[in-house]
Design a protein around this ligand. Structure first.
Ligand code: UDP
Length: 250
């Protein structure tokens, strides 16, 4: 493995952050007119778009479930999103990520309220810099809320990793590539359910316990950003409605 210094003597990371510092996050909900719900998320250098369609008729029909909605998420990384051009189309990684993201979202949505339908979630990674599965999931859950789909709560998440034997929050690409471990996690805050948990690399049991604690605290900050973005969306809608009401009185 290539030698690269990921933390300086003062405990600052490669991008200047402290071990428990998040990258800047910006989020906007309701960005696509043709989707039922949508969200755009900038998380550090990641740029992610999520679109939701449904509940709608299932296609192909034989996949229809008489008991619940079929929730399908598709994670896709654009060719231009990474340093080395990514071959377009699904690969092992994107199939895996689509599966774990679908499962995480399914745990939050009241799928039994919409039998025989499908809820389709499209996640497009426009620019990638580590943590895209969680960024995709965070954007997708806000897009589901924007589509008005009943859920227990939003799904939120975070990645914790280890570099130079120190636990760090919210890895950037160099830390993901050259660090000792990374552990993405997604939760449903209201119920406390963990709906995604993966790990790459090595951590001791004690480190895993601390990492989970750190990740959940970080994820709760992301949760606040998601809620704020949804609130802004509805404030925008109310302003537009008031404006229409105003001009129709003229
Ligand atoms: N990556 C890349 N090319 C690929 C897949 C990934 O350059 O084909 C980069 C990208 O920046 C991604 C990072 O490696 O965000 C980490 O990928 P990983 O599989 O750990 O998933 P993520 O951390 O994005 O959820």
């Amino acid at each position: 493995m290539e030698e690269i210094k990921l933390m300086d003597e003062e405990g600052r990371r490669i991008d200047g952050r402290r071990p428990d510092e998040l990258r800047p996050i910006k989020m906007k909900v309701g960005v696509l007119t043709r989707a039922d719900g949508s969200a755009y998320l900038q998380w550090g250098k990641n740029k992610v778009l999520a679109a939701v369609y449904g509940p709608r008729e299932v296609f192909p029909k034989h996949l229809q479930d008489p008991e619940r909605a079929l929730l399908r998420a598709r994670y896709n990384m654009a060719s231009f999103s990474v340093e080395e051009r990514k071959r377009p189309g699904p690969d092992r990684r994107s199939i895996e990520l689509s599966k774990v993201i679908s499962e995480a979202l399914r745990a939050a949505v009241f799928v039994e309220q919409f039998p025989k339908t499908s809820i389709d979630v499209f996640i497009e990674i426009l620019q990638a810099d580590a943590g895209t599965r969680i960024a995709g999931l965070v954007a997708a859950s806000a897009a589901l809320a924007d589509a008005g789909i009943p859920m227990k709560d939003l799904v939120t998440g975070m990645t914790v990793g280890k570099v130079e034997d120190t636990l760090i929050l919210d890895l950037c690409k160099e830390e993901d590539n050259y660090g000792q471990a990374d552990l993405p996690i997604a939760i449903i805050p209201r119920t406390g359910e963990i709906v995604l948990l993966q790990m790459d690399g090595h951590m001791t049991q004690e480190e895993i316990d601390r990492a989970l604690d750190m990740a959940i605290r970080g994820a709760m900050k992301v949760y606040e950003i998601q809620k704020r973005a949804l609130l802004e969306r509805y404030e925008r809608l109310v302003r537009e409605k008031e404006y229409i009401a105003d001009i129709s009185e003229v």
